[in-house]
Design a protein around this ligand. Sequence first.
Ligand SMILES: [Zn+2]
Ligand SMILES: [Zn+2]
Ligand SMILES: [Zn+2]
Length: 330
Amino acid sequence: MSKNTTATPEHVVCLPESGEPLHVPRRSGTVPAEAWVPYPKPIPRQWHLIAAEKGFSIHSRIRDRFHLCLRCLSCGALNAQKIFTLRTAQPACVACQCKSRQALAQAAGLEFMYRDSKDRHYGMFRAPCGHKISRQFAFLERIAAGEVEHRCEHCLQDRERTEAERIGWSFLSRDMDDANYRIYRHSCGHVQRVARVNMRWGQVDCAGCGQSWCSRPSYIYLLQITWPDTNQQLIKVGFSAHPDKRFRHQLGLPDSATVNLLRTLSFETGHEACHVEKRLHSHLCKTHPDAVVPSTELEGHINVVSEVYRPSLLPVIHSMFDRVASEQAR
Ligand SMILES: [Zn+2]
Ligand SMILES: [Zn+2]
Ligand SMILES: [Zn+2]
């Protein structure tokens, strides 16, 4: 989850008598809720005229001699506003703004959560994968217009972490100088800068210990994972240089999960295993899209975002493994 912004939800308090929600402007966000009490003084006729011209009606005076409670004529929501603002500017309805932000987020395929309290250009959103992400509102407009695509940086990072771990590297950070590179640490302790695409394909030689995973024997495995608390069962196909021990750790599974290694296919090189594994996944995604478990369902259960299937696909996967095994035997 993102921790890079501190933000608070929209400020809404309840009116003391009716309990009706009152939207409070951002700059008054630190004013305690108890301050928004009626201020029983007459309302000059002229104020009503100004309010009507600007799309509001005056509900009451509130808090002190400077503030009013305005009702938005278009959505009916109550807004706290300074009399000065009403007289000299166009007051905004916080509820209307909130609705239009929600509509914008929806058009961009995201769910609006709240605004960033430190930067009015930013908001927090829930991505379809379930991650919480910070984005500029202007960027959402570009997604909605089809100019750019939404990408979740947390999903990308999870994927990169798993890709590296299965060949004995751990992800440390991005390379600030080049977006295509990352910094990784090898199991021998050596830290190295590696192109993302090379890590993805397992083509990494360690300059520290000289070990090349690529040329070492590797395996494609077929796992059945059961979470007893929810009685959920899923199938994971992957590749690894160590097929027997590290699943629980690599996949971030809780102790309560049961892991059954159903089958392995061994390869002389990691390079070969990686290519065959990628081919299996792309075939399964094309031919059985319904059996591919969406990343939203995986969050919190396992630290991968793809390559997980429903148990109903097991016979299909077994026969694909059979085919690869018979190709190898030839
Ligand atoms: Zn409104
Ligand atoms: Zn995500
Ligand atoms: Zn090394």
